[in-house]
Ligand binder design. Structure first.
Ligand code: NAP
Length: 242
């Protein structure tokens, strides 16, 4: 019997986990919701780096490591590639295609926080959709800016920043209302490629609002790469792993 260790934390990973039997393991970092209705085993929490992950692979007799983590979760993807190599098993990865700018878009790439802050200078009312990272910078907000920050959970803001706790999928009309209510003049986003969070880009396009796009990290090379859940499931079914 072949065993899969599936590294998850995004919608597509959960879709794959739902197809796995009880011999397989679905692994989560422990910052989001933990499903309790799966047939496969669920493991929550880190491994202590690539060595720890390789140890788990050996202890559990894993035959395939499947990385279906978020495109910006660079550390675990690097650990996955290294751990698979250390333990002599294949590593496959589901890598979502990036969003592509369309006619009418004004996207500006930024590489890191310093570039982002510089690119934000001409704007007054940014909407941040980067997760929790901006929370570390609430004391650095320039007096002429008011930030709206959307994260998975709500956190305390300050007089120049409101934090909204919300989980996708987001509807286009709700996104339109958010941009209008807060008079958003720039959107700050990762390029996650997820359909669940794509409507904000459409609203930015409609309103002529620029988007500061945090560049994707370069991820480690793996044995096989897939762009969709369907492709992963097809490969599993024809490779003796399902
Ligand atoms: P990261 O920086 O690449 O990883 C940090 C550490 O978290 C890893 O070194 C590992 O700890 C642990 N970890 C991450 N994913 C894990 C998994 N599936 N199972 C067990 N341990 C895991 O990751 P991140 O960006 O903080 O993301 C954490 C989780 O949230 C991932 O599952 C990711 O798919 C999900 N997520 C991330 C984003 C994002 O924008 N980054 C968005 C949506 C969902 P050890 O080194 O101790 O093993």
């Amino acid at each position: 019997m072949k065993r899969i260790l599936l590294l998850g934390g995004v919608t597509e990973a959960l879709a794959i986990a739902r197809t796995l039997g009880p011999e397989h393991i679905y692994s989560l970092a422990g910052i989001g919701r933990v499903p309790d209705d799966l047939n496969c085993q669920v493991r929550v929490g880190g491994y202590g780096g690539a060595e720890g992950l390789a140890q788990c692979i050996r202890d559990e007799g894993i035959d395939l490591l499947l990385d279906a983590t978020h495109p910006y979760a660079a550390q675990i993807s690097q650990n996955a590639a290294s751990a698979a190599r250390l333990s002599g098993i294949p590593c496959w990865a589901l890598r979502r295609p990036a969003w592509q700018p369309q006619a009418g878009d004004d996207w500006r790439d930024v590489s890191d926080w310093a570039e982002l802050i510089q690119a934000l200078e001409p704007f007054r009312r940014p909407l941040f959709t980067l997760g929790r990272e901006p929370l570390q910078h609430l004391n650095e907000i320039p007096p002429e800016q008011f930030w709206t920050l959307r994260a998975l959970d709500v956190y305390p803001g300050n007089p120049r920043c409101e934090v909204i706790g919300a989980r996708g999928p987001f509807l286009i009309d709700d996104e339109r209302a958010l941009f209008e209510r807060r008079q958003i003049d720039v959107l700050v986003s990762k390029n996650s490629g997820s359909t669940a969070t794509e409507p904000k880009l459409e609203v930015a396009r409609e309103r002529g609002v620029p988007v500061l796009v945090l560049k994707r990290p370069v991820l480690a090379a793996v044995d096989r790469e897939f762009q969709s859940v369907t492709d992963v499931l097809k490969a599993l079914s024809t490779s003796d792993f399902s």
